[in-house]
Design a protein around this ligand. Structure first.
Ligand SMILES: [Zn+2]
Length: 241
């Protein structure tokens, strides 16, 4: 199943926080977009891996994804090593995306920066035909290298290389974040479990503030920022705003 854009975030909910507006916008433009979470987020303080599987499926429905996959790498302990690169390479070859989007290149949560390095390395290696990987039926996969690897921006401020106007999709983005009822502010959540950095109402206010800040800098209400290790080009100067 070929996708136009494949998002490879380390935790279920990272893609929603980082680039749900951009996902929604490109689906509306007619592109096929999927998410393959690298882990099930099993080390999260609240909820459980099973609960997060259900929440991720609910968010996928809100976003209108073509597919939501999970590579089941070990949350917190995966490394940028051959063992894990081969799993990410197989996912990239399976979905053959032109654009890969992944985590911020550095952040408060150390998994985010490590996932960024793992996905960057794997996106390059996926294009080398001498690296053998197999699909679930045991058939050899063809080499595939995406044209672009973009990184969304999460907790720590990073100056973006590009910003996408997502004003029209902001409410839906917030709805997709709240699909993770165990993680974010939820007065109905059974509170035997501790509050966390992300479960306070302040956290969503900060998400909104970040969106407004990026939006303002391109003359829009809400924006999502991205960085790239590669210099980015445009075909037409009038695509710039
Ligand atoms: Zn995360």
């Amino acid at each position: 199943m070929k996708l136009d854009i494949l998002v490879l975030p380390v935790h279920p909910d990272d893609a929603e926080l980082g680039c749900a507006g951009t996902i929604l916008k490109h689906i509306k433009l007619g592109h096929k977009v999927g998410i393959a979470d690298l882990t099930r987020g099993e080390l999260g303080t609240r909820g459980s891996a099973e609960i997060r599987d259900r929440e991720a499926a609910k968010a996928a429905e809100i976003l209108g994804l073509t597919v939501r996959d999970n590579l089941a790498l070990p949350d917190g302990f995966f490394q940028n090593t051959q063992e894990y690169q081969l799993k990410v390479i197989a996912a990239i070859r399976k979905y053959q995306p032109e654009i890969v989007i992944t985590n911020a290149y550095h952040d408060r949560h150390p998994d985010h920066g490590r996932a960024n390095e793992l996905v960057e390395a794997s996106a390059f290696l996926a294009g080398l035909r001498r690296i053998e990987t197999f699909d679930t039926d045991g058939q050899p996969q063809e080499a595939w290298r995406p044209n672009q690897v973009l990184h969304f921006i999460q907790d720590r401020y990073i100056k973006p290389d590009i910003i996408v106007d997502v004003t029209e999709f902001w409410d839906k983005k917030i709805e997709s974040i709240y699909a993770y009822g165990s993680q974010f502010h939820n007065p109905d959540w059974n509170d035997d479990e501790p509050q966390t950095y992300i479960s306070s109402p302040d956290f969503i206010e900060q998400v909104n503030g970040r969106g407004r800040e990026y939006g303002k800098s391109i003359g829009a209400k809400y924006g999502e920022g991205f960085t790239s290790r590669k210099i980015l080009g445009v075909d037409n100067l009038f695509d710039l705003r």
